[in-house]
Design a binder for this molecule. Structure first.
Ligand code: ADP
Ligand code: MG
Length: 352
């Protein structure tokens, strides 16, 4: 089912939790809503579900305006971070619950509900556990049961709000891969909320980066990582270093030195250059058109060395990554050129 969010604004006591959000989710797609706490991810998910009504704008399911339809009419499945299973029901009863509470004519016979529960337990790789109670399961197993319960009603859209947020890192990584496999098997249109960029990049077909009630960027993992369209996205997804530069006739200048980088569409004036600390090329034979600095600090991070360079006296510091064997002693000069970079002007123009 395609879901289309059209110019949605959502206020709580006049506080805008979402401001003019538009997004087209394609049928069968796995979308991640990624952003810091308070950016409006849960609110957007609840609007898709029908748990909230937009203050302005509309939510379409296919060609139909669903803005005023109930949760049941929209037929969505949910999993939340702390969506407790029913404690006094077995795993099988938990999974079958959504079917059992359907109004008379649409309720499948109990044998059919049992069959479906057992099929879903297979799918989430928990077969044999139908008679267990939630307190006899690990956290990861409980979230799998929660997913099976959400899938039991054959939802048009599956909505997951930080479903692995409460689990430890290792289990999270396993469940992430597992969820991707389940998605590829079942093909449900899925919206997945997370504040964890690694999770979003690994899992999703497209990532929606949110900040302060707005969508900052929508794109594949490669697009949002390699070509962030704002300083916010640069900083939030992956690591970034930045330097104030000047643009003159499409050339980038750092103080009195040209960097050999061109940004034709960026107007003359002050701007900020962004790049990834690991995505730099070291220059060893003279620095015509590169960035040079003095090592101010150096530390080991896993298999690489991170150094902080002072650029142009002590006015600016940038972090870059060097091979572990690099002799990055204090006061050493290091010259480099960013391999991939972007420049953001004060007027909002983007280059690189
Ligand atoms: P996220 O899920 O990204 O952490 P939320 O969608 O939960 O963000 O919240 C976005 C903003 O809206 C926050 O500032 C939050 O305090 C506010 N908010 C969310 N729900 C309510 C509510 N029911 N009443 C008042 N403010 C709310
Ligand atoms: Mg939230």
């Amino acid at each position: 089912m395609d879901v289309s969010i059209r110019n949605v604004r959502k206020e709580f006591d006049r506080f805008p939790a979402l401001r003019d959000v538009s997004l087209d989710i394609r049928s069968g797609e796995l979308i991640a809503l990624l952003g810091p706490s308070g950016s409006g991810k849960t609110t957007l998910l609840r609007l898709i579900a029908g748990l909230e009504r937009p203050t302005e704008g509309a939510v379409f399911f296919g060609d139909e305006d669903a803005s005023h339809k109930s949760v049941q009419e929209r037929n969505v499945g949910f999993v939340f971070q702390h969506y407790a299973l029913f404690r006094y029901m077995t795993v099988a009863d938990n999974i079958g619950f959504g079917l059992k509470v359907r109004p008379g004519a649409t309720r499948p016979p109990s044998a059919e509900i049992r069959r479906r529960a057992s099929e879903l337990l297979d799918l989430v790789q928990l077969s044999g556990l139908e008679k267990r109670y939630p307190n006899q399961l690990s956290g990861g197993q409980r979230q799998r049961v929660a997913l099976a319960r959400a899938l039991a009603i054959e939802p048009k859209v599956l909505l997951l709000d930080e479903p692995f947020g409460a689990l430890d890192a290792q289990v999270r990584r396993e469940l992430r891969r597992w969820l991707r496999e389940i998605h590829d098997t079942t093909g449900h249109t899925t919206v997945f909320v997370t504040h964890d960029q690694e999770e979003a990049l690994e899992l999703a077909d497209r990532v929606v980066v949110m900040s302060q009630g707005r969508i900052e960027q929508v794109g594949t993992a490669d697009e949002v990582y390699d070509t962030p369209n704002s300083p916010f996205v640069y900083g939030f997804i992956g690591e970034s270093s930045s330097l104030p530069v000047r643009v003159e006739g499409g050339q980038l200048w750092l103080q009195d030195r040209t960097l050999g980088l061109t940004a034709e569409d960026v107007p003359d004036g002050d701007a900020t250059l962004y790049f990834r600390p690991h995505d730099v090329e070291l220059i060893t034979d003279g620095c015509g058109g590169c960035i040079a600095g003095t090592v101010a600090a150096s530390r080991r991070v896993a298999g690489t060395r991170r150094v902080e360079l002072e650029i142009g006296g002590d006015r600016h510091r940038v972090e870059i990554e060097l091979p572990i064997e690099h002799p990055a002693a204090q006061k050493n000069r290091v010259a480099f050129r960013p391999r991939r970079w972007r420049v953001f002007s004060e007027s909002g123009a983007v280059g690189g």
